[in-house]
Write a protein that binds this ligand. Structure first.
Ligand code: PMP
Ligand code: GLN
Length: 380
């Protein structure tokens, strides 16, 4: 039997590969992005409470109303945007589902989708499964800013979608006001849709505001904005996320959503609906992770790794060009097997081949883990 692959160029995602390798070799796992500390026990109590209360059957397709209402209120407070909780928001099983559905909802065969490399690894396969053509534009180290002239040249009458991600995984770059201005100028008067992946909206440093596309009415009116509870509440394994979009886009989104998962985990939705009242949990997050970023950077000051600026997310890029000439995949494997530290080789986030000597390290870890990891990294 011969079944032609729909994704012939795609292997197993790097997150599964590196975590497996880390576990096999007992390495400190700074590869896949997740905390090594637990979520708030109170949040677990909420889930338990709703399970005991019998909230164990299907939720409504677009998510439970109290959660949609709380999220819409939060977005109004933080970003000044108005969404209708009945028709303009959908709860999903992680941001991954929301990204897939937004792409599937609008990309037709032959459509072009602009993505910025390095790009989170789920975007391009989703575009390809819809028959779309990814048009990748590279952001250059060490700042990883979007080259807007290249975007202007790449836009054609087949451009359907532009995918943005700020704070950006894996580089830690964030959108600045100039970026927003350029984006506005380029999409004004077109039918281009925007997909804004904002899962790290609360992990942004040095007093920089998060420039959610929700803040800008002319951009919000053409945008799917996606976020995730996993990053914000230290519960990546619960896989809950959401998408907000204006009515017309959200209708298309839900046409897909109803046949992908239909709905997401009910008791977890109720738990978050209550827990969102604790605003300090997300308002304190920039300071919490900035302290970890600074600690990790300080611990590495004497190492031969060069620190790439990190303005958001819980990832730190480290340049290893003084240490090795190996391609990042090989160096990452050797670092795991020989030195016991697992990291992500960012080349997997590129369509085009490149030979940048950097690795991505997750610092959502206890100080003790960061200290142990840094001690080894300083000896290399
Ligand atoms: N987008 C980006 C940029 C991410 O880093 C991640 C996961 N870390 C996701 C989407 C997926 O989020 P989730 O785990 O909620 O599916
Ligand atoms: N987004 C997480 C990261 O960048 C991992 C998500 C996953 O394992 N698919 O590390």
């Amino acid at each position: 039997m011969h079944i032609p692959s729909k994704l012939p160029d795609v292997g197993t995602t790097i997150f599964a590969v590196m975590t497996r390798l880390a576990n096999e070799h007992g390495a400190i796992n700074l590869s896949q992005g997740f905390p090594d500390f637990d979520c708030d026990p109170e949040l677990i109590d909420h889930v338990h409470h709703y399970m005991r209360k019998g909230m164990n059957q299907y939720a409504p397709m677009q998510g439970i109303l109290p959660l949609r209402e709380r999220l819409v209120e939060k977005i109004a407070t933080l970003y000044g945007a108005t969404y209708d909780p009945d028709t303009e928001i959908c709860i999903t099983s992680g941001a991954t589902e929301a990204l897939f559905e937004a792409i599937t909802a609008v990309v037709h065969p032959g459509d072009e989708v602009i993505v910025f490399e390095p790009a989170y690894d789920s975007y391009v396969p989703a575009i390809r499964l819809s028959g779309g053509q990814p048009v990748s534009i590279a952001m250059q180290p060490p700042d990883y800013r979007i080259p807007w002239d290249a975007v202007a040249q790449a836009i054609s009458d087949r451009t359907r979608l532009i995918i943005l991600n700020s704070p950006h995984n894996p580089t830690g770059a964030v959108l600045l006001e100039e970026d927003i201005e350029q984006l506005r100028r380029l999409v004004h008067g077109t039918d281009i849709v925007l997909l804004s992946d904002e899962v790290y909206e609360h992990i942004i440093f040095d007093g920089e505001p998060h420039r959610s596309l929700c803040r800008y009415p002319d951009l919000a009116e053409r945008s799917f904005v996606v976020s995730s509870f996993g990053k914000t509440y230290h519960a990546t394994g619960w896989k809950l996320g959401y998408c907000v979009a204006p009515l017309e886009l959200m209708q298309e989104f839900q046409r897909v959503h109803q046949f992908v998962t239909f709905c997401s985990n009910t008791p977890v939705q109720y738990a978050y609906a209550d827990y969102l009242a604790k605003k300090e949990k997300y308002l304190e997050l920039p300071a919490f992770y900035q302290q970890k970023r600074d600690r990790f950077q300080e611990l590495l000051r004497e190492s031969r790794f060069r620190i790439v600026p990190c303005r958001g997310t819980y990832f730190q890029l480290l340049d290893y060009s003084e240490i090795s000439d190996e391609p990042d995949m090989e160096f990452a494997r050797r670092l795991t097997i020989e030195h016991g530290i697992a990291a992500i080789p960012p080349s997997v986030f590129y369509d085009r081949k490149n030979d940048y000597k950097v690795l991505r390290f997750c610092f959502a870890k206890t100080d003790e883990t960061l200290e142990r990891a840094a001690e080894t990294l300083c000896k290399i």
